[in-house]
Design a protein around this ligand. Structure first.
Ligand SMILES: NC(=O)c1ccc[n+]([C@@H]2O[C@H](COP(=O)([O-])OP(=O)(O)OC[C@H]3O[C@@H](n4cnc5c(N)ncnc54)[C@H](O)[C@@H]3O)[C@@H](O)[C@H]2O)c1
Length: 494
């Protein structure tokens, strides 16, 4: 009923958040159509996307992703006519959003969801002037939208459950963590929590008990490190020791009655404003907002990668994105179809993390790239997430690499794969890596893999599906000439 197959993402209002949505959608390989009242918005948005793009690249872009797929248009009507999903991100002002959403609603087909990025306004109030209120909902992201996965999804009184479900699907497709907020409450969930902390900060600064920097230190060396993995509640459960949350409440319950928090916001006097502005300027220590944004982006990516290793929260979203990116457009073997000799299953560009200070691809990165080429072979033969979930996998037991030419940041790479040998449990293959533009051979690798039962941690026969595909490939590849790099021995001749 509502479109979930999104090819063109519509953005209305292109400030910090709108440009962030555009960068996220572009990184996902979508077309983006955008509109903003500001006559300079097209340039500003392109610049914002250019600044965000290195981080989006580090997060991992999808095949075909390109900042040039952003199209700025001259009216809301054009966004409504072309977008498969519309995300409004104009300033947080009820009357402005009410008028604008009604305009968007009037020009957008009824099966297109219209979402607002509002930080805390209620959908039921925002949609009062709209006709098709069933498809209007809140999709509240977090800055930087192109990196942080959380998106709170909240409906108004007239929003249909199907629209909520469809929006959750679209945000998931954008590699976010859509969090359905069950009741329409002021500030949704996360901003309600953030606001409580923020109010306490204002009080403490006003009373002169701490500077903004000291308050930030009180978070970044302690609670902040815990929050990314366990939030507040699970952390407190652990704080209760073996007795968990119940013991914690017995111990600290009485302090809830002590005046530890004020919660009612203080007046924003000139003194508080000055203290906040000078305090944060001192913390910035001469670094521009742009420099700090880069630092923040690098830090967020590093945290997500660390969480990926322990399969928690944003790390899991990061891992899913990686799997999806490599599955996207993956070729599958089908019985009776021609088999390439050699196979050409994988292409990529040299990623920012693959290069050293000279912009040259590092030795380890060559192996990483070959790893992804092997992954493409596995997917081709049916060794995918399902196969691995059933406790089957191939483990590499020997690799030989021959480096021939360097590769530089952003170089387009293409890979070919030749099977050199196969039996019940063993797979011997060879990859070549080429620069796609110059067609130069850059590197080759020969690898021996053993099929394993991943739980028992011992070798087992390859399962029938992948085995059949491998036999079909081997049938074609066994007559190919043996590449001269295969079986080489490393030695300095006497
Ligand atoms: N900044 C954040 O951290 C954050 C986080 C989550 C959600 N949000 C929400 O996102 C929305 C946008 O916030 P922002 O921080 O990007 O604001 P912003 O001021 O950076 O950007 C607002 C953009 O809207 C444009 N605009 C103003 N009036 C317009 C109109 N009538 N029609 C079209 N465009 C118009 C402006 O030119 C500007 O480009 C708000 O609802 C805000 O609550 C903000």
């Amino acid at each position: 009923m509502y479109r979930t197959d999104v090819a063109t993402f519509g953005v209305i209002g292109c400030g910090v958040i709108g440009a962030g949505w555009a960068a996220r959608a572009l990184g996902r390989g979508l077309d983006v159509v955008a509109w903003d009242l500001d006559p300079h918005a097209a340039d500003k948005t392109r610049e914002a996307i250019e600044r965000a793009w290195p981080a989006v690249r580090k997060l991992g872009i999808y095949p075909g992703a390109d900042p040039d797929r952003l199209r700025f248009v001259g009216s809301i009507d054009e966004v409504g006519a072309t977008a498969d999903f519309v995300q409004e991100s104009v300033p947080e002002n009820l009357a402005l959003k009410q008028t604008l959403l009604a305009q968007v609603d009037a020009v957008t087909p009824p099966d297109v969801i219209i979402a607002t990025s509002t930080s805390g306004l209620l959908m039921s109030e925002l949609a009062v002037n709209c006709v098709a209120q069933d498809r209007m909902l809140v999709g509240h992201p977090f800055n930087p939208v192109y990196l942080l996965p959380l998106c709170e999804v909240v409906g108004g009184r007239a929003t249909s459950p199907e629209a909520i479900a469809a929006a959750m699907e679209v945000y998931d497709f954008l590699d976010m963590h859509p969090l359905k907020v069950r009741h329409e409450i002021d500030g949704h969930l996360a901003d309600r929590l953030q606001e409580a902390l923020w109010r306490e900060i204002l009080h403490i600064v006003q009373d002169g008990h701490a500077t903004t920097g000291e308050l930030d230190d009180s978070i970044i060396y302690g609670p902040g490190l815990r929050w990314a993995a366990m939030g507040t509640n699970l952390v407190y459960h652990l704080a209760g020791g073996a007795g968990g949350m119940r013991h914690l409440l017995d111990q600290f319950g009485p302090s809830l009655k002590l005046p530890w928090t004020k919660l009612e916001a203080p007046e924003l006097t000139d003194e508080i404003v000055d203290a906040l502005v000078t305090g944060t300027a001192e913390q910035a220590a001469g670094r521009t907002v742009e420099e700090l944004e880069r630092l923040r982006d690098d830090y967020l990516i590093a945290v997500m990668k660390a969480l990926r290793a322990v399969d928690i929260g944003a790390g899991r979203v990061f891992a899913n994105r990686e799997a999806r990116r490599f599955d996207h457009g993956a070729v599958r073997w089908r019985e009776g179809e021609d088999v390439g000799a050699p196979l050409a299953l994988y292409r990529c560009q040299v990623e920012p993390e693959w290069v050293d200070y000279n912009d040259h691809m590092t030795e380890a990165a060559f192996l990483t790239a070959f790893g992804w080429a092997s992954d493409a072979l596995f997917r081709y033969i049916g060794d995918d997430e399902g196969y691995r979930a059933a406790e089957n996998s191939f483990y590499t037991v020997e690799s030989h690499i021959n480096y021939r030419k360097e590769a530089l940041l952003d170089d387009p790479l293409r890979f070919t794969t030749q099977i050199l040998g196969l039996d019940d449990k063993r797979l011997h293959f060879y990859h070549e890596m080429y620069n796609e533009d110059t067609d130069e051979l850059l590197c080759t690798t020969e690898q021996m893999l053993v099929h394993v039962d991943t739980v028992a941690a011992r070798s087992t026969p390859i399962m029938p599906g992948p085995r059949k595909a491998l036999e079909a490939i081997w049938e074609v590849h066994r007559d190919m000439p043996r590449p001269k790099d295969v079986g080489r021995i490393m030695e300095v001749p006497e």
